[in-house]
Design a protein around this ligand. Structure first.
Ligand SMILES: Nc1nc2c(c(=O)[nH]1)N(C=O)[C@@H](CNc1ccc(C(=O)N[C@@H](CCC(=O)O)C(=O)O)cc1)CN2
Ligand SMILES: Nc1nc2c(ncn2[C@@H]2O[C@H](COP(=O)(O)OP(=O)(O)OP(=O)(O)O)[C@@H](O)[C@H]2O)c(=O)[nH]1
Ligand SMILES: [Mg+2]
Length: 439
């Protein structure tokens, strides 16, 4: 996003496209109330109204044509979402009404807002930090309780505060190092250097550990069911979903193309992916499905590796990219098993035995021990900045004072980038690029 035109008066439809009870056209900037005076006709003029009030009246087009009856909300900067003068024109939620009101507002000289520009202005006015702006975006798209809870926490500034707290410890250490360098004969107690640094490192490391949970909670996770033909992948997918999504037959090689289904697992949005059973095959179509399954296993956040408990064990090909992110499952646990392995979870799609344990294992693998009430890192941008800060803090621990100071300054820079207190235009623009127009 270019930074030109930041003093323009901007406008956009703030509500979702389509018909609804109410719709909002938001206008922000120095001319917002001047524009509102000309599109809104009521007992009082918006520009003659105190902030925090609403007026009832008519929205009018060119020549005074009545477009709708509605409300005008008046906000006076800096007491508004953007920090500027804002007029909200609240109409009946008709695309035709909203379109005509917006067109009139643009005719009067406002410019269409760019994606995220209202929130960008709030950030530039210092009303939100960058983690709060990201939380706004996450809140708008939150589809589960966990996502909503994290986004609300982020919006409250809890993540920014957590990061600032770490920054304060780093700054304390830096001050102690400076004192040692400036007055070597005075002597600074070692704990003034070591203790805050250890605290910063511990807290930063805990924060970095929340990144996986945070990203899974807000964006969801992909979970691939992988195994030999007939292992029971499609049956397990259906059992987890609670309905017959995938075709199940006793014939090995039933599933060929992969298939996805959505599921909420203890508040975490999960996409389950059923795949073709992995085996050597001369069938060209099935072979394509097998290649796809291998790729899906590699790209999933987590793999459920299924093995039939009623057949002698035939391990999956070693080259399969399961990595550490696999939960091993012994299927058909309602029948007598011919093998057992404490490292596999016994599950039956028929009796539902083992399903609660499986759900729990999946949730634990995805969310881990990230504490529920705390603010997590929810974007890759935040995680990357936190990891860099942690690396610098760790490096500082064993370095001579002058070099340690340098590392700590770098750590502070990474933390300031995380909160957006000191972020480059490119970083900020990348954040706001993901927003929709009107937010
Ligand atoms: N109609 C409407 N609903 C909305 C929003 C909005 O912009 N308009 N919001 C937009 O996302 C959210 C609420 N966020 C907002 C945050 C701050 C201010 C605001 O004007 N703050 C001033 C005044 C506070 C006061 O009067 O006490 C301030 O903080 O100084 C408004 C909305 C959700 N609901
Ligand atoms: N008793 C019992 N039978 C099961 C269970 N799970 C699957 N089966 C049976 O095993 C056979 C294969 O099940 P599917 O779910 O189609 O297996 P799949 O892994 O999807 O097989 P492909 O799609 O061919 O790779 C079917 O006859 C199922 O009824 C289970 O938990 N208990
Ligand atoms: Mg199948």
């Amino acid at each position: 996003m270019t930074r030109t035109g930041l003093s323009d008066t901007i406008a956009a439809i703030a509500t979702a496209p389509g018909s609804a009870g109410v719709g909002i056209v938001r206008v922000s900037g120095p001319e917002a109330l001047w524009v509102a005076d000309r599109v809104f006709r009521g007992r009082r003029r918006p520009s003659a109204t105190r902030g925090g009030r609403f007026l009832f009246g008519q929205l009018t087009g060119e020549g005074g044509e009545v477009l709708d009856e509605g409300l005008c909300l008046v906000f006076r900067g800096p007491r508004s979402y953007t920090g500027e003068d804002v007029a909200e024109l609240q109409t009946h939620g008709s695309p035709a009404v909203l379109g005509s009101v917006l067109a009139r507002v643009l005719e009067l000289g406002a410019r269409l807002a760019r994606p995220g520009e209202f929130t960008l202005r709030a950030y530039l006015a210092g009303r939100l930090d960058l983690t709060q702006a990201e939380a706004v975006l996450e809140l708008v798209s939150a589809g589960t309780d966990t996502a909503r809870r994290q986004a609300t926490l982020g919006l409250s500034g809890a993540l920014g505060e957590r990061v600032e707290g770490i920054g304060a410890q780093v700054t304390r250490t830096l001050a102690a190092l400076q004192a040692m360098l400036d007055y070597p004969e005075e002597g600074v107690p070692e704990e003034d250097r070591a203790l805050p640094l250890a605290a910063a490192e511990a807290e930063l490391s805990a924060l970095v550990h929340t990144a996986r949970a945070g990203q899974v909670a807000t964006r969801g996770a992909r979970l691939a069911l992988i195994g030999r033909p007939n292992a029971g992948k499609s049956s397990l997918l259906n059992a987890l979903l609670g309905y017959e999504r995938s075709i199940v037959t006793p014939i090995p090689g039933t599933t060929r193309d992969y298939l996805e289904a959505q599921l909420s697992l203890a508040g975490v949005p999960v996409t389950l992916v059923d795949t073709a059973g992995i085996r050597e095959t001369a069938d060209e179509v099935e072979a394509a499905g097998v290649r796809q399954a291998v790729t899906l296993a590699g790209s999933a956040d987590l793999v459920l590796a299924l093995e039939d408990g009623t057949l002698p064990r035939e391990p999956l090909p070693a080259e399969l990219p399961l990595g550490a992110r696999a939960i091993h499952v012994r299927t058909k646990a309602d029948l007598s098993p011919v093998w057992d392995d404490p490292a596999t979870l016994p599950v039956s799609a028929v009796t539902a035995q083992g399903l609660p344990e499986l759900r729990e294992a999946v949730h634990a693998a995805l969310v881990g021990d990230a504490a529920r009430g705390e603010a997590w890192l929810t974007t890759e941008r935040q995680a990357d900045a936190a990891r860099r800060a942690l690396a610098h803090v760790r490096a500082a621990r064993d370095l001579p004072d002058d070099l340690a100071s340098y590392e700590l300054e770098e750590a502070l820079r990474a933390l300031a980038e995380l909160t957006g207190r000191d972020a480059s235009e490119d970083v900020v623009d990348a954040v706001f690029r993901n927003f929709c127009v009107g937010k």
